[in-house]
Design a protein around this ligand. Structure first.
Ligand code: PLP
Length: 402
């Protein structure tokens, strides 16, 4: 039997034509397609401002800069996330201070934040784990009390929603100070690579635009259209974090597909839930009343006594690829003893290895969950194949006892 895909982007004729349109226009980097994608994305999530960049990592870096994060500052975040979440804090010379996650939602535990707040805390960076919104109301209240900005790593959360003041709102309005999205091919909307910052702060939006293009005072789009000679200047240190018009043209088509894609994923996830509610010991994905995930990934908790690697191997042998639970940055060698960028050394500011015993749920979530195949166009038959392989794997005797 041919193996199933684990995930795949939904790209078709519309995206091909859009890319061809951008190529034919003669303007291929940050230009009119980027501007249109920003407008359409802002309208989709309900944000006053949206600024496109080259990746979510770039977006997060700029968000932290806008928040004023610099050397020797601390930023409270989770270790249990893709490593870019913690890395961007170190890009600023600051120190990530990790708090543990809630069991099974995998999201930042708001009750643990206050104890790690210090005078050096410069921002809180929360993550919507695999698309499931974290508790923005609780975390936002803590950030406001502490007087520090809250930034959302919404890399996985395009199309996710939370219930606010009697209605559903999309992640990215934003419900914090800045939300950062990813358009990597593993996310629901892809531009190959790409990212977006949304904010309500006009001044920050202007800064993102300056920083993403080398700190250039007058963008090339303006200079090219000007009847008079313009000399640009470089008032601040910037980066090359541009999105290309090729990417943005594709992103605009992807955005049109998103509502149907979301509906399809919800239906598939509910079908998985119904199937697995009969399998003894497995823990279904967390559901919270005030949030709707976009089902970026379908995550299952493993029954006790079942080895993660072994069950993943058994499923793979059956042609069903899976992924282990989301990583924990603090377990990676680049977060070992000697490589902290804050300069204070491990432990001096609450980071470092001795912090790790406080991250028990994070480690458990990485080790005791697996992600199952979920992709556009998945059929009932294919889902049933995943279900049969999983049921077989968890009920095999010698395996359970090992
Ligand atoms: C994918 C992802 C990122 C990084 O996104 P890029 O666009 O690849 O830079 C950051 N944080 C989380 C939670 C992610 O899932």
């Amino acid at each position: 039997m041919t193996p199933l895909p684990f995930a795949r982007p939904e790209l078709g004729a519309a995206e091909q034509q859009a890319a061809a349109r951008a190529l034919a226009s003669g303007w291929i980097t940050q230009g009119p397609e980027v501007a249109a994608f920003e407008r359409e994305f802002a309208a989709f999530v309900g944000a006053p401002y949206a600024c496109a960049v080259s990746s979510a990592t770039a977006a997060l870096h700029l968000a932290l800069r806008a928040a004023g994060v610099g050397p020797h500052d601390e930023v409270i975040t989770v270790s249990h996330s893709f490593i870019a979440t913690a890395n961007v804090i170190r890009y600023c010379g600051a120190c990530p201070v990790f708090v543990d996650v809630e069991r099974w939602t995998g999201n930042m535990d708001p009750s643990l934040i206050e104890r790690v707040l210090t005078p050096k805390t410069r921002a809180i960076l929360c993550v919507h784990q695999l698309g499931l919104p974290c508790d923005l109301a609780a975390i936002g209240a803590i950030a406001r009390r502490a007087g520090v900005p809250l930034i959302e790593d919404a890399a996985c959360a395009v199309g996710s929603e939370i219930f606010v003041d009697g209605g559903w709102e999309r992640i990215g309005r934003p419900h914090s100070d800045i939300a950062c999205f990813s358009f990597h091919p593993r996310k629901l909307v892809t531009t190959g690579d790409g990212g977006m910052l949304t904010t309500r702060n006009a001044e920050w939006d202007a800064r993102f635009r300056l920083w993403r293009q080398h700190g250039m005072s007058v963008p090339d789009t303006v200079r090219h259209g000007s009847p008079t000679v313009i000399f640009e200047s470089y008032p601040v240190l910037g980066y090359n974090y541009r999105m290309t018009d090729l990417q943005a043209a594709v992103g605009r088509e992807q955005l049109k597909r998103l509502p149907a894609l979301l509906e399809d994923r919800r239906r598939r996830a509910e079908r998985y839930n119904a199937i697995f509610s009969d399998v003894p010991g497995v823990v279904l994905p967390a559901a919270v009343a005030w949030a709707r995930t976009n089902w970026q990934s379908y995550r299952l908790g493993l029954p006790d006594g079942i080895d993660q690697r072994e069950i993943m191997q058994r499923l793979l042998d059956d042609g069903v690829p899976t992924r282990r639970g989301v990583m924990c940055a603090h377990r990676e060698p680049s977060y070992g003893d000697s490589d902290w960028s804050c300069g204070a050394g491990p432990g001096a500011c609450g980071c470092g290895p001795e912090h790790c015993d406080r991250l028990r749920e994070s480690e458990r979530a990485q080790d005791r969950t697996i992600l199952l195949p979920l992709y556009p166009g998945m059929t009932d038959e294919e889902q049933d194949r995943v279900a049969r392989a999983l049921a077989r794997a968890v009920t095999t005797r010698e395996f359970v006892d090992s």
